[in-house]
Design a protein around this ligand. Structure first.
Ligand code: AMP
Ligand code: MG
Length: 453
């Protein structure tokens, strides 16, 4: 089974050797067609597609944007590192003290009884203590100060007895204690940060600790989005019978912005083939990816399908999941440009669930991110949860620590139109494909909705 990128590539090569035509670089084959990618996916059934298979196809089909830009360190926060950062120095540069105390020669210390040494001066952070330290001598030292020559151990000031220049050290000190070794944080010549990670506050601090002021990051991903539906009304207008306010454009805007994309909002588009085609062309001409909501459910898919056939290569899926069964995915073209298309269902919760569990990973891959998977935690179900085997469910939950254990309950009604269920939740309860009903007290897996940074 081809389960790595390389083996999939090998599969495409076997199935279509033309694939390696027009190589921009060695080892960088041209992007495969969707048909080629799908032909390498085992158990591909577009009418009952497993969540993992849909993700596999999407992640294999999309490729990272190639543009790279240099930005100052502050501006790199939240961006994707394009090249490894190799440390030009050791951090710390020299062995130094982790505490305020006395720098001593461990060989001078007694194994079972106190030893009295003579203090010969003070070593401050930011300077260098010039004299050598002889046998029977010690140096008062501040946190961060370079260890004076011949000393290897720091005894904290609270542990010693001082009488003028006479410093008595109790027994039981360990060689090297309270000493920070040169290069123990970052070693010169070694990669300090790998390409493909999103830079967090700790990372930009770490880059600054190397004295580096500029970083190469991938260019921002451009994503256009719009809502489709005759029933939709934009905020600011009065609702008539049968109409609903368009909320998907707001949740999509929020999720895309949080992901770090440059967004283009193309508004509400009516269920009219001409208007839709124009909107898709406009989106493909300006963006790397297009995300839409509505128009892929059973009643509407046929007409969207016909239009998509003109614009590019798009597949329509029914995914074995809930909520969010129907979805369209592919690549569309306009004016010599192409964009990946994610056609999401219209129901507000289904939009968010399909975004987080499919689109997010694909867009992060396009942004050059290599760290896309999110951890699952194990939590005890406070109440029973309805679930049928044969589909993956993403119920909305509230996770809390109760009696020293993670405990999760659902946010009330789980209908795919009930956006409040997302708003109240702090996690998804992820119920796997094979799983049946959950009893109160059973363990389930949950995925947190918010990260710390
Ligand atoms: P559809 O997938 O287009 O059949 O839409 C499914 C359901 O989601 C319908 O009840 C729509 O009214 C609703 N819906 C579709 N798009 C939106 C939107 N942008 N904002 C709020 N609700 C929507
Ligand atoms: Mg619709």
């Amino acid at each position: 089974m081809p389960d790595t990128l390389d083996s999939r590539r090998a599969c495409w090569v076997d199935s279509n050797s033309k694939f390696f035509n027009n190589l921009p670089k060695r080892d960088n084959p041209r992007v495969a067609t969707l048909k080629e990618v799908i032909s390498c996916t085992n158990d591909y059934d577009p009418d009952a597609l497993l969540v993992a298979k849909a993700n596999e196809v999407m992640r294999s089909f999309v490729s990272p944007v190639s543009g790279v830009e240099k930005v100052r360190v502050h501006a790199a926060l939240g961006r994707v590192l394009a090249k490894d950062i190799v440390s030009p120095i050791n951090v710390p540069a020299r062995d130094n003290s982790a505490m305020d105390g006395y720098a001593v020669r461990n060989d001078d210390l007694g194994a079972g009884e106190p030893v009295t040494l003579t203090e010969i001066g003070t070593a401050y952070a930011g300077g260098e203590f010039k004299s050598e330290v002889g046998s029977g001598e010690c140096v008062r030292i501040m946190t961060g100060a370079v260890l004076p020559k011949n000393t290897d151990t720091v005894v904290i000031q609270e542990a010693v007895n001082v009488d003028g220049k006479r410093v008595t050290i109790p027994p039981g000190q360990e060689r090297g204690q309270n000493r920070r070794l040169a290069g123990e944080d970052l070693q010169k010549g070694k990669p300090a940060l790998r390409a493909g990670r999103m830079l967090r506050p700790a990372d930009i601090g770490l880059i600054a600790s190397l004295g580096i002021g500029e970083v190469s990051v991938r260019r921002k991903l451009r994503v256009a989005f719009f809502s489709t539906g005759d029933e939709l009304v934009s905020v600011g207008k009065k609702l008539k019978a049968g109409e609903v306010y368009d909320s998907n454009r707001y949740t999509l805007w929020g999720m895309l912005t949080r992901l770090g994309c440059e967004v283009t909002d193309l508004g509400v588009v009516r269920d009219d083939p001409k208007k839709l085609e124009a909107a898709f062309r406009k989106a493909a001409a300006v963006a790397d990816a297009v995300v839409t909501s509505g128009g892929v459910s059973v009643g509407e898919a046929d007409f969207t399908r016909q239009m998509m056939a003109k614009l590019g290569e798009v597949v329509f899926w029914k995914i074995a999941m809930r909520p969010g069964r129907p979805m369209a995915f592919g690549r569309i073209r306009a004016r010599e440009r192409s964009a990946y298309l994610f056609g999401l269902p219209g129901n507000p919760v289904a939009v968010m669930v399909t975004f987080y569990h499919f689109v997010r990973g694909a867009l992060l891959t396009m942004m050059g991110r290599t760290d896309t998977d999110l951890p699952l935690l194990r939590a005890k179900a406070e109440t029973a949860m309805r679930k049928k085997p044969g589909r993956t469910e993403y119920q909305r939950g509230i996770l809390e620590l109760k009696n020293g254990e993670w405990s999760v309950r659902l946010t009330g009604a789980q209908g795919s139109g009930i956006l409040r269920s997302m708003s109240e939740a702090n996690c998804f309860v992820v119920l796997g494909h094979e799983r049946g009903a959950v009893k109160a007290g059973d363990y389930v897996e949950v995925m947190l909705m918010d990260g710390l940074v």
